[in-house]
Design a binder for this molecule. Structure first.
Ligand code: DC
Length: 225
């Protein structure tokens, strides 16, 4: 039973398997707030890169974390007042974010912010540890997965629309590396919560995925269809 009076929907899963697309569409459809927890780890990574923080220096990490103020909106991320929504999607950030998100002090700060948001409104939050650590009592937990080649191709198509030029091989390697690091770290590794429902979307379109989750919410009487 969720101790707070708001509905928390947790969407976890591997990198680039469509979590944010599905979570965003779901939140819009049912009138909840969408929170992209991965973007928060990306903001911290950007700050650490900008300040040349040595990831082995715990004092420097704590100091940097104290300097960070995050303002999280559905589609906009302010890092100490600056809009970094586009900057956090670069390949440089993708390459370092798994290392930064494995640091305990970083996770403690991000989880506290995420829980504070979920305690004040109905949210759909996506990430890696939402159902296991952030909202262990979430009313619905989805664990998303898809074929790795399909995930790499989807991410490739998405990046093609931006200025950054990255090959399909580089993307596949980055996804592979992040999945490995996210599932093998000691702090809140990515794993399926026992009470999570698996959604493999390899062969599903966005509407089918949305309907799958809405049917679950309706069967738990969390929404009326
Ligand atoms: O969802 P994303 O790919 O933008 O997330 C970026 C990284 O952040 C991902 O490789 C792992 C980390 N992350 C995490 O450790 N915990 C979360 N709840 C969300 C993301």
């Amino acid at each position: 039973m969720n101790p707070n009076s708001f509905i928390n929907i947790a969407i976890d899963g591997y990198s680039s398997c469509g979590k944010s697309t599905m979570a965003k569409a779901l939140a819009k459809d049912i009138g909840f707030t969408y929170i992209d927890s991965g973007a928060m780890y990306r903001c911290v990574t950007l700050y650490f890169i900008t300040k040349h923080i040595d990831l082995d220096n715990l004092d420097a990490i704590h100091q940097a974390l104290n300097e960070i103020e995050l303002d999280v909106h559905e589609n906009q991320f302010l890092l100490n007042g600056n809009d970094v929504s586009a900057a956090i999607r670069s390949m440089q950030i993708s390459q370092m974010v798994s290392k930064v998100s494995a640091i305990k002090a970083v996770r403690i700060k991000m989880v506290a912010i995420q829980q504070a948001i979920g305690n004040t409104k109905n949210v759909v939050m996506d990430g890696r540890d939402i159902g296991t650590t952030v909202f262990p009592a979430a009313q619905l937990k989805i664990f998303m997965t898809a074929d790795p080649a399909v995930r790499a191709k989807r991410r490739f198509d998405e990046i093609q629309q931006k200025a950054e030029k990255v090959s399909l091989v580089e993307i596949a390697e980055n996804l592979n590396m992040r999945d490995y690091e996210d599932t093998h770290r000691s702090e809140s590794p990515l794993r399926q919560a026992e009470d999570a429902i698996v959604l493999d979307n390899t062969f599903l379109n966005p509407i089918e995925q949305l309907n799958f989750v809405k049917d679950l919410l309706s069967s738990r009487q969390l929404i009326a269809l």
